[in-house]
Design a protein around this ligand. Sequence first.
Ligand code: ADP
Ligand code: MG
Ligand code: ZN
Length: 637
Amino acid sequence: MPVNDKPRRPRPNPLSTILLLLPLGLLILNLVLTFGNSPRVSKVPYSFFLEQVQDGDVARVSVGQDIIRYQLKGTEGNIGQVQETTPIFDLELPKVLEANDVEFAATPPAGNRWFTTLLGWVIPPIIFVAIFRFFSRGGIGGGGPQGALSVTKNKAKVYVEGDDNKVTFDDVAGVEESKAELEEIVEFLQSPQRFTEIGAKIPKGVLLVGPPGTGKTLMAKAVAGEAGVPFFSISGSEFVELFVGTGAARVRDLFEQAKKKAPCIIFIDELDAIGKSRAGGNGFVGGNDEREQTLNQLLTEMDGFGAGDATVIVLAATNRPETLDPALLRPGRFDRQVLVDRPDLTGRLAILEIYAKKVKLGENVDLKAMATRTPGFAGADLANLVNEAALLAARRGSKVVETQDFAEAIERVVAGLEKKSRVLNDKEKKIVAYHEVGHALVGAKMSGTDQVEKISIVPRGMAALGYTLQVPTEDRFLLNESELKGQIATLLGGRAAEEVIFGSITTGASNDLQRATDLAEQMVTSYGMSEVLGPLAYDKGQQNNFLGGGMNARRMVSDETAKAIDKEVKGIVEAAHQEALSILKENKELLEMISQQLLESEVIEGNSLREMLSKVHPEVHVQPEQHAQETQKPLAV
Ligand code: ADP
Ligand code: MG
Ligand code: ZN
């Protein structure tokens, strides 16, 4: 006979049904026997029994463990009545019986006793086995070599093509750039040959990064829906659970299953739950071993597959990319990162349109106005907003959702989410607009800063209320002194704009100041750019080359040196501040103009931005000489 080593798993397992029914049958049998055995006897209290013994009425007694059965003396040919009593612990009983001339004996083990014993020994294991079987049938798909030990089975939910609630890219809006990136992934999945034939490697991992509720999970599902491939979805936290060591086994099992169904997608939601930096926290002491093992297994699996045969693409989502282990992000693993950001005005409108289609909308509802009023809302907030409005309309007894419902819903969501989605009031919005334009203008004027690509006052997830996006025009490995000073001035441009326009400053610039001061300190202590302090490194150099780190510890320095360092750092920052101020004062009209425009449109980018910024000064493209000269001067401290 051929050996069939494929684990068999009959679905309606008849054996376990029998095993479940068996104890029940035995129990019934036992009860029947117990009752069937008992003759009709009357039960009496123990004290009454003792009285009868002492009165000499009792002929014989059979003493059992839980029952005493006795026969009264018969009278003239009548057989004595049989009675029962429940014994109490009484060592004197034999003496009493003997003294009264009663014939007595211990009850031999009753006929049904062995049943009880049997049941006691047999039933618990049977129940145990039955429960175990019940649970081991809970996992999905065929069994791995682990057999009954199903705790190692992963709990991935599988969405397969043809599901009723299939998600497509049409269901996602307002994140067009991210969508475009993912459309490429769909192509990889649909026709991998096209890419592999010319020797290109298909990316293994794509990491979706962005604030909560922006549609990361939704987009991952849309990729599966568009590509028409199976989609294994699991949350990072589900790997690490209950039993030590199951996380790694689950990862292995998940990839095993996925490879069988290739091409397919594995989606790991909340990747940071397992992917946290191994160097993080309290260093190498007392890390989370379990999580680390799981992470290592994930890294191993991602390295292991690929190479032509099976197209398995791992999508993952996180809103804390900064905590991820650097090993996860290197090429060959999650080498692609897709930013899924909060939508801007047009994006919000598009999302509102999607969800408005699902409710009955009044004729005069202006969705554009709603989108304008909801800066900072993520996709999930907008979906929720439409639903809230519909609920309010229904409560009002209206047949359609009207503007007033939206207005009230916005208020509700805003009041409820005030901290979460940071909706700015008009005054704050104005300050943020000037602040950001300040960065942009100084950045456009200074050398060594990257080109300003986008200014936005849509509050952005992690920290900023608005932001100025600068993209490098080329890879830079060396920066000179004036370029660093340009960067510091740009960082201070936001605060300078607040000073120039409002005459006061807000708390919004603290991160800018932090970064500017860090840079200035590095100039003095790491790069030897201070004339006063000379070309000495006052910090201790990189501690760990692979895992990066924050600021370095300072060498032991004398008090005077420490004072001099502080003075130099302050001087650099202050000089940059003055420079930023003078640039903005010079270009105050431009600052006003761009800020007003920004307040209207929330985002300015691309060509229109470049055009505006080109008016900044006769010489936009800053001459390095001029700055070089400036920086040759000893710092006025
Ligand atoms: P994330 O995973 O980024 O935290 P989800 O993908 O779980 O967010 O989004 C939650 C819900 O919000 C989605 O199911 C969807 O209904 C809605 N949603 C979020 N972003 C969008 C979007 N860009 N377009 C359409 N709906 C969205
Ligand atoms: Mg999610
Ligand atoms: Zn700023």
